[in-house]
Design a protein around this ligand. Structure first.
Ligand code: GLA
Length: 354
């Protein structure tokens, strides 16, 4: 056992944060728009204890990996860059950060669009907040977590995932205005439940495709003289744009409208119809779906116990989310995964976890 392999109960500070699934509002956050995520039960735990040195040792239990680094010699391993980013930002805020042994343990599935990286960042910052008695509220934690991801893991993400991990709960969705960061709880419709299935397709193009979409949105907004696509008031404003930019911007405009409508409804069927429309828009206008995601979503949508389904997260692979009748969730999952398997794919159930 090396020094970083300490049992969690020996920690001086211990914190957790959940992954999230986004019910509606995809690719809207970096356009200053609206999102509607909910936390999932799977969580990431981070434990820390000062080690009396100027070094950090980081042990990631599920990856079976240990890394040693310092502020002068940052880690090269990608997973460690999230933790390093949090340490460096807290230090830049003026905190005196001692050398630490850090252990991470996570049940949040990685690489499927459930924000394992945000859960790691938020849990790390919560742990540092406790250990160093930092004066950070939960919004500030989310903002620092997003900066860790952008500046140290080099993903130009929006703020949805970190806000969800820091502020959302599992029993109600959180409507977030990503421009003002104002929030409102949105209870799930009575008798409904969230199901998340992994398509089994790795999100290989996610980073390049994501940054490209983001660039297209920025270009579209610039071309029509708006600070961001959030400021589009009517579809006609997009008329003069080249076809691809027009479709990207149309997705953002219609998706924002769907989120606001969904947040008002208590009818699960109406909510589900908005999820179905979101998937069509992500597939046709935003072009971030894949044949496997389309197939899995179609199988879900064909089930009588399903109100609506769509891809969730950045797309290009990863998971699908469905709003189901609560009493039908397990049956839906079993039947859809069987049919998806018969079509030659290997899916799995992520939420509720089995
Ligand atoms: C990723 C990003 C988020 C958001 C979604 C797409 O999860 O981290 O900020 O942009 O993709 O909605």
């Amino acid at each position: 056992m090396n020094s970083s392999d300490f049992p969690m109960h020996d920690a001086e500070a211990l914190a957790e944060a959940p992954g999230r699934v986004n019910l509606l509002g995809e690719h809207t956050d970096y356009n200053d728009g609206f999102v509607l995520p909910v936390a999932i039960a799977q969580r990431t735990r981070v434990a820390m204890r000062p080690n009396g040195s100027r070094h950090f040792t980081l042990r990631a239990q599920e990856l079976d990996a240990s890394v040693r680094f310092s502020f002068d010699a940052p880690p090269t391993e990608h997973f460690a860059s999230y933790v390093f980013g949090c340490l460096a930002l807290v230090r830049a805020e003026g905190a005196d950060v001692p050398g630490l042994d850090i252990t991470v343990s996570s049940q949040v599935p990685m690489g499927v669009g459930l924000s394992s990286s945000a859960a790691l960042e938020v849990a790390t910052l919560r742990c540092l907040r406790d250990l160093l008695r930092l004066d950070l509220d939960d919004v500030r934690v989310a903002q620092l977590a997003q900066r860790a991801e952008i500046e140290f893991a080099h993903v130009r993400c929006g703020i949805m995932d970190q806000m969800a991990s820091s502020l959302a709960s599992t029993d109600r969705a959180l409507l977030i205005d990503t421009r003002s960061l104002q929030r409102q709880d949105v209870p799930l419709a009575a008798g409904s439940a969230v199901l998340v299935l992994d398509s089994g397709v790795a999100r290989s193009l996610a980073a390049s495709g994501y940054n490209q979409r983001r660039g297209e949105c920025e270009e579209a907004a610039r071309s029509i003289g708006k600070a961001s696509l959030r400021d589009v008031q009517a579809l006609q404003e997009l008329d003069g744009l080249p076809d691809v930019l027009q479709r990207r911007a149309r997705h953002v405009f219609t998706e924002n409208a769907r989120v606001l409508q969904a947040a008002q409804t208590t009818d699960p069927a109406a909510f589900g119809a908005l999820m179905n429309a979101s998937h069509a828009s992500l597939r046709d206008d935003y072009e971030v779906s894949t044949p496997e995601l389309d197939q899995l979503v179609a199988l879900l949508q064909a089930q009588p116990g399903v109100y609506g389904a769509r891809l969730t997260g950045a797309g290009f692979g990863g998971a699908c989310v469905a709003l189901c009748r609560a009493d039908a969730v397990q049956q839906v999952a079993d039947e859809v995964l069987r049919a998806y398997g018969a079509a030659g794919h290997k899916g799995r159930q992520l939420v509720p976890s089995r």
